[in-house]
Ligand binder design. Sequence first.
Ligand code: GTP
Length: 602
Amino acid sequence: TDPAILRNFCIIAHIDHGKSTLADRMLQLTGVVDERAARAQYLDRMDIERERGITIKSQAVRMPWTVTEGEQAGQTFVLNMIDTPGHVDFTYEVSRSLEACEAAILLVDAAQGIEAQTLANLYLALGADLHIIPVLNKIDLPSANPEKYAAELAGIIGCDPSEVLHVSAKTGFGVEELLNTIVAQTPPPVGDADAPARALIFDSVYDTYRGVVTYVRVVDGSLKHRDRIKMMSTGAIHEMLEVGVISPEPVKAGEIGVGEVGYLITGVKEVRQSRVGDTVTSAHHGATEPLGGYQHPNPMVFSGLYPIDGDDFSTLRDALEKLQLNDAALQYEPESSGALGFGFRIGFLGLLHLEIVRERLEREFNLDLISTAPNVVYRVVMEDGREIVVTNPSEYPTDGKISEVYEPIVSATILAPSDYIGAIMELCQTRRGQLGGIDYLSEDRVEIRYTLPMGEIMFDFFDALKSRTKGYASLNYELAGEQAADLVKVDVMLQGEIVDAFSAIVHRDAAYAYGVSLASKLKELIPRQQFEVPIQAAIGARIIARENIRAIRKDVLAKCYGGDISRKRKLLEKQKEGKKRMKMVGRVEVPQEAFIAALSTS
Ligand code: GTP
């Protein structure tokens, strides 16, 4: 295909602002899919993605479009729509998929305005020199306020409010004009057709039947069927079994050239061998310079996963191996816990990634798992100069020879109505935040920037933010290095024995309150047993909180079943939930909730 008629673009949008609906509408208007198929939401693949309404894996669709108005009316172009993941955990994938495009549609709900993650992705797009096409969606809604939000968008990207397009992905209003605008405004790709091939991997997906399907954007040269190709970050060489484009089903092609977007199949079995951000070149006389720097995705959040039934350990190991086939960012290693037995310490890109992995393990592999409270990575420097990287709080050194502890920090951006500035600042202060600045986006909406310890926002920060702002605030954050901090390990003992899975690393000033609150939470969550269970929280040898779970006596049991309505109802509800997740820790039966009780203590 002649690069002059190619237009590569992506859509940047907040969850629920209508990206999938708009993508479907475009597929339908360009005749790529019919209306019924469009409704099945072509771009989202996995069940979980659809249920949660998020798009994790980016893909690309090729659409022919014959311009209907203006100077180019009647001419046919080839549009490649590249789907970007929108969530903060996947920033690296977002930034690489942006680099595969020349333009980005900034899609914003006309009743909501821009959200923090969208703003962050917009900055990434501007950083990648993309042309921005501002679009307000859901213009059909009675609550839409296009004047206000067009002015806001215009202010942010520096254009005139009249340049902001108005569409309704639902009714189709304005979508034809948008397609024409994409053709008119997106710069055609430039590249050197005679240079050695260079193609950017912006996605790779594991397919049970075909192995890894790698999505690429060719920058220079071309990739041909049967070529031998090289992954530049590893030097690994593969034979190309198939090359093609997606429209909306895969269509084989003899070759893809400058500016084209397509897929490759090489028969490799793991997405790790075909990583987002890497550059593909030819095995012979290939390019020497990769496109941009390749960045290895580093896990930022760790959690222990243990089978409830110890016999499931090998099933869990096999399941993790399988998940890793299509999740290059997933990292794990076996660990054992005094309390929980044999399991794995797993590294995730963020909390959403954690939830998705856990859910897939349980759903697709039918495993019952206990997960420990997630934690960030700490770097501990000892007085003798040794450095220890702590990914599990129970491994935190306690011999007193610590010289300095470093915790990861993030720079966070919060967008909210200005009425909530006070509430937001108060929340950030309690999380040890440092104010970076406040800017007005419009008369009544502000952007607030804070530097915060990552450990402080991992837990319930977003929920706390939402509840303090009646749901109006949005949050984005990115890793911003590390800082020295005065941290201590808080242990929890049941019946005098430390339960390693309950250990947590907290700031010294908050440790006492944390211990008291956790002990009382555990008292609530751990059911009464045949014997008394003392609970203690401690820093080293110093006990900072204690509680006692009294033993069940026959008459108490009778009374509670007979009289106490609320308790009885609770019991009934629990029975309804079906099999309850319990783990024997020593002699004590401990429910799953107890292991993550720490998440809601602050
Ligand atoms: P994710 O896939 O979760 O990122 O969401 P999305 O941004 O793709 O949003 P999606 O297309 O799923 O739309 C979210 C909701 O908004 C759905 O209920 C849509 O039906 C609705 N919606 C999308 N576009 C419009 C529109 O133009 N008008 C109205 N009224 N509703 C719309």
